[in-house]
Design a protein around this ligand. Structure first.
Ligand code: AMP
Ligand code: MG
Length: 354
């Protein structure tokens, strides 16, 4: 049996090995009588789906559909488990064209667009560099020496970019053999967007999809909003926001997945311009209408760091952002500050940025 929804992306040890397979899905109406819930273990995390104002049979059909679709997404988009993406990456490294499923084609197109908008801070073609750091795995922390500077430089010189990929009539090709797609910073967001679309296809318009603390909700109202937590450092919760329209809340942080060597921690998010793990920022939370964008932006703004996050957020057209730096200082946009409901008794010092 799955545990209750775990906040802040923490997974019990037992579950982390199971990866990919649906753990269980169950209908229940435990808390609010008209809510139905399902839980899935997919994308290396527990995904909880809650629907409101739906009868039990519609919800059951939708949950069944979601189970199939989540499994297909996981299989197709995984960066190292054999599937459609590893097949395409192999073709890229051998200079061959490959057929591309529709979902991956969308992920490539959006990655191309967002690489440009983030000034290269988000780069989905960075798979080889991520693998070099040992981050193609589900168990963290990684205990290994840092990669050799020469190996990093070799990949930097090869300059992989999603712009190297040509899409033509259901086929993809990369002129640059160093391109290896890794959708680690975009796939979960896209999956969450699709999950809400799938629910809507079943007539369910009032729902929340929570993938290990990264979530999207629709159908809330001022009378009955979806209330979700905004994460702070080390699993703490700074406060919450109310969601009354269709919106996603995604957080990227450096405290869960990292390589540890000689007492130093090297987080799993890399700066594409140096090939090195990011420093200076502990976490970024982004609210956006689209989960895919919120997911990418949270990662890209960590790379952007204290100096450039405002500029990159503007380029992405985002206004609700909260950033915590490595000293625990909290920076947030005025728009985010306006909607942040602080946890009772919590009085953090907030630096409001315009
Ligand atoms: P997240 O934890 O959502 O910020 O996503 C981080 C994941 O995205 C990592 O585990 C890598 O697979 C991948 N990644 C790391 N750095 C980057 C980057 N600069 N651009 C795109 N993807 C990245
Ligand atoms: Mg993310």
């Amino acid at each position: 049996m799955p545990g209750r929804l775990l906040q802040n992306g923490h997974m019990p040890k037992l579950m982390t090995g199971i990866f990919a397979l649906l753990l269980a899905f169950q209908l229940s109406s435990c808390r609010a009588p008209e809510e139905h819930r399902a839980e899935y273990f997919v994308f290396g995390t527990l995904v909880e789906v809650i629907v409101r104002e739906s009868d039990e049979q519609d919800a059951a059909r939708a949950f069944n559909d979601l189970q199939q679709r989540f499994q297909a997404m996981h299989r197709d988009w995984h960066a190292w488990e054999p599937g459609a993406l590893t097949r395409i990456n192999r073709a890229f490294s051998q200079g061959r064209p490959a057929t591309v499923p529709a979902g991956i084609e969308t992920l490539i197109r959006r990655s191309q667009e967002l690489e440009i908008l983030t000034g290269g801070r988000f780069n989905a073609a960075l798979g080889a560099m991520i693998e070099l750091w040992g981050f193609h795995r589900s168990e963290f922390p990684v205990h290994a020496p840092v990669p050799a500077a020469q190996a990093i430089q070799l990949l930097l010189d090869a300059a992989p970019s999603a712009a190297d990929i040509v899409i033509d009539d259901g086929m993809v090709y990369s002129a640059n053999p160093a391109v290896q797609l890794d959708f680690g910073a975009i796939a979960k967001g896209y999956a969450v967007d699709l999950a809400l679309e799938i629910l809507a296809d079943h007539g369910i318009e009032n729902a929340l999809v929570n993938a290990g603390g990264d979530l999207k909700a629709s159908g809330g109202s001022p009378e009955r909003p979806w209330t979700v937590g905004i994460r702070g450092l080390a699993g703490s919760v700074i406060g919450g926001v109310e969601i009354t329209a269709t919106e996603a809340v995604f957080t990227s942080g450096v405290d869960q997945r990292f390589l540890e060597h000689n007492g130093e921690r090297y987080p799993h998010i890399l700066d594409p311009s140096t090939g090195l793990p990011v420093t200076g920022v502990a976490s970024v939370t982004v609210i956006a209408r689209e989960a895919l964008l919120a997911d990418v932006a949270a990662t890209a703004l960590i790379v952007a760091g204290r100096d450039s996050w405002v500029e990159v957020a503007r380029a992405l057209g985002l206004k609700d952002i909260l950033l915590i730096d490595d000293r625990g200082e909290i920076y947030l946009t005025a728009a985010m500050n306006e909607r942040l409901i602080l946890a009772p008794g919590s009085k953090p010092e907030l630096n409001i940025v315009n």
